[in-house]
Ligand binder design. Structure first.
Ligand code: NPQ
Ligand code: MG
Length: 372
């Protein structure tokens, strides 16, 4: 495959409602779309990094720099042997930056699959044509406001509720949701690393509520802490930020630091590594689910395809477009009976809407293809 042009489109998409987590509040989705032009097809992908290095160390301006100065030159140096399955190896000498690697590999994979008329789902090994949708509910100013939001999502048909938690907003909101909506609601919580191991006894107060899991209670590098916490609480421990590769997954599983894994392709450097994590977890009897980074349709489509693999046995954060955006950059993903359809067209199976893209574009940059 020959790359003729690589372009970054920075976009800012307003959120329908502010999204608060233990690390901050977002009012809009800021990202860039990476477009790869080849003689036979175009590929598109969405960068999952935020403007600020809060969820992880990566952030958008750094992703652009590492792409321009380090990642794109290494991929171009592959010459005629360039292909999506070669990208991870070519980029391996560059330490870290999984989200920058992910956006480049995914755009190249999209171009390749479009060229061959193959969908992400078919390529990755999807076994379902639709996936159950969960929703991630931000930290609110009050319990009544939370109950109104959760009630609305349940009315829409979401199959699983995830509450964002932090110290001071954990037991009370979980109790309130259970009391109002009952024990049958599939309910889980996500701390985004906001706790310490010394909070173990406090977190054990969540045990009576029958949660599916608690996601990433401790800092990302604290695998041992998660293993110790998992011994002290009944709620299953799920890792998100801690898992950046299939090797991480194997380590965390072996050390009993988690009994569930959240797979985000962006966090692990792309869909090929995401599938390896799926396979490692499956071989160990560890269920996985597909996380989300407030993606627009460009990034949501391949996530939905991934979530159709066999060991994605829990509903993911693959919500409908309307959960985040009044106007998506693609045709919106719409909830049908609590599920999203797995796209079937070539590549991601979705296309950016040119008029919406123009309206929401903040700036455009071309990446030089000659190594400097
Ligand atoms: C998580 N996502 O599982 C992440 C965290 C997250 C759906 O809960 C801008 C960009 C804002 C990425 C807020 C969900 C974000 C973001 C939260 C990721 O931990
Ligand atoms: Mg998370």
């Amino acid at each position: 495959m020959k790359i003729e042009h690589i372009e970054l489109r920075y976009v800012r998409i307003p959120l329908v409602t502010p999204f608060r987590t233990s690390f901050g509040t977002s009012h809009a989705k800021d990202t860039f779309l990476l477009r790869v032009v080849t003689p036979d097809a175009e590929g598109w992908a969405e960068c999952a990094a935020d403007l600020h290095p809060l969820y992880s160390a990566e952030f958008l301006p750094a992703a652009e720099l590492v792409l321009r100065d380090h990642l794109v030159p290494r991929v171009m140096a592959l010459g005629p042997s360039l292909g999506a399955e070669r990208v991870r190896g070519a980029l391996a000498p560059v330490t870290g930056h999984p989200m920058a690697k992910h956006v480049l590999e995914t755009a190249i994979l999209d171009a390749e699959l479009r060229q061959h008329g193959l969908s992400f789902g078919r390529y990755l090994g999807a076994v379902r044509d639709r996936v159950p949708a969960g929703v991630s509910v931000g930290i609110m100013d009050s319990v009544p406001a939370l109950l109104e939001a959760v009630g609305g999502y349940l009315d829409e048909g979401y199959r699983r509720i995830k509450l964002k938690i932090e110290p001071g907003w954990d037991v009370a909101p979980v109790r309130a949701v259970r009391e109002r909506f009952g024990d049958d609601v599939m309910l889980q919580v996500d701390a985004n690393a906001a706790y310490a191991l010394t909070d173990a006894r406090h977190l054990a107060r969540l045990d009576p509520f029958g949660l599916l899991l608690i996601e990433q209670p401790l800092p990302e590098d604290d695998i041992r802490g998660h293993a110790e916490l998992a011994r002290q609480i009944v709620t299953p421990v799920c890792l998100d930020e801690s898992i950046t590769s299939a090797r991480d997954a194997a380590t965390a599983i072996a050390l009993r630091a988690c009994s569930v894994i959240n797979i985000k392709p962006a966090r692990v450097g792309g869909y090929l590594e995401a599938r390896r994590i799926h396979d490692v977890a499956e071989a160990n009897g560890i269920p996985v689910w597909c996380g989300g980074m407030l993606e627009c349709g460009v990034g949501r489509a391949p996530n939905v395809a991934l979530a159709a693999l066999p060991n994605f046995v829990l509903p993911g954060d693959t919500s409908a477009s309307s959960r985040y955006f009044a106007q998506d950059l693609t045709e919106p993903f719409v909830l049908e009976d609590g599920h999203l359809p797995v796209p079937t067209g070539p590549g991601t199976g979705v296309d950016v809407l040119p008029d919406v893209l123009d309206e929401l574009t903040v700036s455009t940059a071309s990446l030089p293809l000659e190594s400097t």
